[in-house]
Design a protein around this ligand. Structure first.
Ligand code: FUB
Length: 331
């Protein structure tokens, strides 16, 4: 009888504790970092003492796969509190694009902000394409910088499918040259002209092992990193994150293996890596957010952030997506 009472009291306490926890506001910095909208494909950019985070807006209804019509931007100064700004651009602002405001990245150069994004081209260049837009401010609004796609499906003829030219990542090397890498199943890299809106020279294939999509270029010390959504089709159902390193932006790239597992409930995952105020962070997404009666799904994702740590040899320590995120103490 006594033991039964203790068990009942414990169960009641756990239920009440659970209810209290469920009602508590999440600690600032915990994941997902944006909770009133579904967001995906995070791309951070540091400008002065602020970090701007560009994301795609997931608006899939019911079992729709993707419904992405615009890109959003958020900013923070402390990695814990986020300010929402008006949408920076709609996919229809690229007049030659039909739909699909897919993964993007913005970069600062020549006193302006350039925004590179994957979209579906109209029937004049069927398939996915990459556009570039420009603004005087990181919060936009951004306008199409060319009036035509920067990269179309025909420019990478080796590709086997119509959506291989997606997910641009842009990186400016120490000599001032900006490079753009992108791809799905095949990964490509090319130089950008100083005007930032034309490709300069050849497009080179750099596909690393298990490359699926979502490449992200960054440099730390003397080492270059190519981090990407990977899928080992023989053993994995959902995308993970893997990476390669190189002594130069032009390679040779050495495969370093897995960096993260898959995003909860999500087929896709998408890395965005940045140093901010002395620490390194990796942004990812999963589908572990419900808003009202809409649960997470392939087309209703949620952006997360974790601290990123390096080993003395430059390799990155494995990252686990957590609920606590950067609300947890640094060590
Ligand atoms: O969000 C649409 C697409 O799904 C992105 O372009 C890919 O990286 C994947 O996240």
């Amino acid at each position: 009888m006594g033991r039964r009472w203790v068990a009942l009291a414990l169960a009641a306490a756990m239920t009440m504790g659970g209810a209290a926890a469920a009602n508590e506001a999440p600690a600032p910095g915990s994941n997902p970092i944006i909770r009133d909208k579904f967001t995906a494909d995070p791309a951070p950019l540091v400008v002065g003492d602020k970090l701007f985070l560009y994301v795609g807006h997931d608006e899939a209804q019911r079992d729709e796969m993707f419904n992405m019509r615009e890109w959003l931007v958020y900013s923070t100064t402390d990695m814990k509190t986020w300010t929402a700004h008006p949408p920076i651009m709609k996919v229809t602002d690229f007049k030659w694009a039909k739909k699909d405001a897919w993964a993007s990245q913005a970069i600062q150069k020549n006193g302006k902000f350039y925004f590179y994004a994957a979209v579906e081209h109209d029937s004049t260049h069927p398939g996915k394409a990459i556009g570039v837009a420009v603004s005087d401010k990181p919060t936009g609004p951004f306008v199409d910088a060319r009036g035509s796609a920067l990269i179309t499906n025909e420019m990478t003829p080796k590709g086997t499918h119509s959506w291989e030219d997606i997910d641009p990542t842009v990186f400016t090397d120490d000599d001032g040259t900006t490079w753009i890498a992108w791809g799905n199943r095949q990964a490509y890299i090319a130089k950008l002209k100083p005007n930032m809106i034309e490709i300069d020279g050849p497009i080179t294939e750099i596909t690393p092992p298990h490359f699926e999509e979502g490449p992200w270029l960054h440099k730390r010390g003397g080492l270059y990193y190519l981090t990407y959504a990977s899928l080992d089709r023989s053993t994995q159902r959902d995308e993970h994150v893997s990476y390669a390193t190189a002594p130069s932006i032009q390679g040779p790239w050495t495969y370093r293996g897995l960096l993260t597992g898959s995003g909860k409930y999500s087929f896709t995952i998408h890395p965005g890596i940045v140093a901010f105020k002395g620490d390194w962070y990796i942004f990812l997404h999963n589908a572990d957010l419900a808003i009202g009666d809409q649960s997470g799904a392939i087309g209703r994702r949620a952006v997360t952030v974790e601290r990123l740590r390096y080993n003395p040899d430059g390799t990155m320590q494995p990252v686990v997506q957590t609920k606590a995120g950067v609300s947890a103490p640094a060590n």
